[in-house]
Ligand binder design. Structure first.
Ligand code: PEP
Ligand code: MG
Length: 418
C-alpha cells in the first residue's frame, strides 16, 4: 500500500483539479505548450502528446535521467533544476536551451532577438541537410556505422528524416511504460514488425525489457528497494519472470521475419546470464518453429554497462555477435555516482579516464572474438570524443535522431592518419 501511495495521491489530485476547474487540460489543448512541473517520471513523459509539446521545465531531474534522454530523442529543449513558479501558468514563455533559461512574458525586443536566434538555429540545421546520403567516413577512409536510439514506433520518422543507417537501440521498455498492463505478445509483435518494415531492411536493434530503477510501471508490482539502480531490474527480472521475457522474445522472433531485427540484452554482469538468456531465446525459437511460424536470422548482442561486463568482456564476446556500450550506466556504476541525483551532476563525469579505459578494454576484448562494438549511451553523440572512439576502433555509434548529421559532419572532418 505504501508503494501505491504516490498513485493514489496522483489520482486524488487529478480528481480535485477537475472538480475545481484547475485541470491543466493538456490532453485537449489546441495550442502548442511548454510543461512546467516539479518533476517528470519517464512513465509520464512517454504519455505526453508530443505533437504540441514545445519543451519542458522541471524543478528536479538530472541531465542523465531517462526524462532528459527522452527530450533529446524528441529534439525539444528541456530545462531541469529550474526555479519554477505557479503563476507562470497560461503565460507566454520562451525556453532558451542553449543558455539554460526561461523567459516569462518576454517583451517585444526580447521576442525579436530570440526569434532571430531560433531562425539562425534552423538555418544551421538546414546546412547539415547537405550531409544526407553521404557516408560516415573519415578523410583517411575509416568508415563507421551511425545509428539512432528510439523509444517508440513514432520515432521512426525522425530516424529516416535524419538519414540514419539503422536503429542501434530501441528502448522497448517504453512500450511497457506506455501500457496499463503487460503488453501481449501480439501487441508487441505488431510494434516490432512495423518498425522492422518501416526501416526496410536496415538494422533494428531491439533491447529487451530494461524496466526497474527509474523506469517503473505499477502493474509489475516491483518491490520497493533501498537502491533501485542496484536492484531488481532488466535482465534480472526477465530471467526470473520467464513468462514476461518469453512473450517479448516470441514477439521479437516473429517480427524478425519481416526485417533486419537484432536482439540485445541489458544490464549483463555475467556469462551465466548471457547463456541463460540465449537458452530462453532458443526455447522460444523452437516453439515457434514447431508452431510453423516464420522466424528470421537475428544477431544477438548485449549491453556493456557494468564494470563487471567489461572485466569479463572476452568471455561474453565469444557468446554474442555484438556489444553496445551503455555509457550512461557504465559511468554511473564505474564512478559510483547515481545518475538520477541532480546534486551529483557536477561529479558525473562520463569523460573520466576510468570510463574511457573501460570503453577501450571492451573494444579490444570484443575484436578478439569477431564481435563488433557500438556505443548507444549519450556519450556516442559527444563529438568531442568522436575521434577518440574511432581511434579505439568503435564500429558503431547510436545517437539521438537530431544528432546524426552533426556526428556525421565530425566523422567526415577527421583524419586519423594525419
Ligand atoms: C546506457 O545505460 O547508456 C543506456 C543506453 O541505457 P539507458 O540509458 O536506457 O539506461
Ligand atoms: Mg542503461
Amino acid at each position: 500500500m505504501k508503494a501505491r501511495a504516490a498513485d493514489v495521491r496522483d489520482i486524488s489530485n487529478r480528481v480535485v483539479n477537475i472538480l475545481t476547474g484547475n485541470d491543466s487540460g493538456l490532453d485537449d489543448s489546441d495550442e502548442p505548450f511548454i510543461i512546467v512541473a516539479e518533476d517528470l517520471a519517464p512513465s509520464e513523459t512517454v504519455q505526453l502528446d508530443k505533437s504540441k509539446l514545445l519543451g519542458f521545465v522541471t524543478r528536479l531531474g538530472s541531465t542523465n535521467s531517462h526524462t532528459a534522454i527522452l527530450a533529446r530523442n524528441m529534439n525539444i529543449p528541456a530545462l531541469i533544476g529550474t526555479e519554477i513558479s505557479e503563476d507562470w501558468d497560461g503565460k507566454l514563455a520562451i525556453i532558451d536551451g542553449y543558455n539554460a533559461c526561461i523567459y516569462i512574458e518576454p517583451n517585444e525586443d526580447l521576442l525579436k532577438t530570440l526569434d532571430k536566434k531560433r531562425i539562425q538555429d534552423v538555418q544551421q540545421r538546414a546546412l547539415l541537410q547537405d550531409l544526407k546520403n553521404k557516408p560516415n567516413v573519415t578523410i583517411d577512409g575509416t568508415e563507421i556505422k551511425l545509428y539512432v536510439n528510439i523509444g517508440n514506433v513514432s520515432d521512426v520518422g525522425m530516424v529516416l528524416q535524419n538519414d540514419a543507417g539503422g536503429i542501434g537501440l530501441f528502448r522497448s521498455e517504453f512500450i511497457y511504460l506506455h501500457s496499463e498492463t503487460f503488453p501481449t505478445e501480439d501487441e508487441q509483435f505488431a510494434i516490432y514488425k512495423r518498425v522492422a518494415e518501416m526501416m526496410g531492411g536496415k538494422k533494428v536493434i531491439i533491447r529487451t525489457l530494461d524496466i526497474g530503477a527509474d523506469k517503473q510501471a505499477d502493474y509489475f508490482q516491483l518491490p520497493k528497494e533501498e537502491n533501485p539502480a542496484l536492484g531488481y531490474r532488466a535482465i534480472r527480472i526477465c530471467l526470473t519472470r520467464k513468462e514476461i521475457f518469453k512473450a517479448q522474445l516470441r514477439a521479437l522472433l516473429r517480427a524478425s521475419a519481416f526485417g533486419n531485427v537484432s536482439i540485445m540484452f541489458p544490464m549483463i554482469i555475467s556469462l551465466r546470464e548471457v547463456i541463460d538468456a540465449k537458452a530462453v531465446l532458443e526455447e522460444c525459437r523452437q516453439e515457434l518453429i514447431a508452431e510453423g511460424v516464420n522466424v528470421g536470422d537475428v544477431e544477438i548482442g548485449i549491453m556493456i554497462e557494468t564494470p563487471a561486463a567489461v572485466m569479463v568482456a572476452e568471455q561474453l564476446a565469444a557468446e554474442v555477435n555484438f556489444f553496445s556500450i551503455g555509457t550512461n550506466d557504465l559511468t554511473q556504476y564505474t564512478l559510483a555516482i547515481d545518475r538520477q541525483n541532480p546534486s551529483l551532476d557536477p561529479f558525473y563525469d562520463s569523460h573520466h579516464p576510468a570510463v574511457l579505459k573501460m570503453i577501450e578494454m571492451t573494444v579490444q576484448a570484443a575484436h578478439k572474438h569477431d564481435c563488433w562494438v557500438g556505443i548507444c549511451g549519450e556519450l556516442g553523440a559527444d563529438t568531442s570524443l568522436t575521434e577518440t572512439f574511432l581511434r579505439m576502433g568503435i564500429d558503431e555509434l547510436s545517437v539521438n535522431p537530431g544528432s546524426v548529421l552533426n556526428v556525421r559532419k565530425t566523422i567526415r572532418s577527421l583524419n586519423l592518419k594525419g
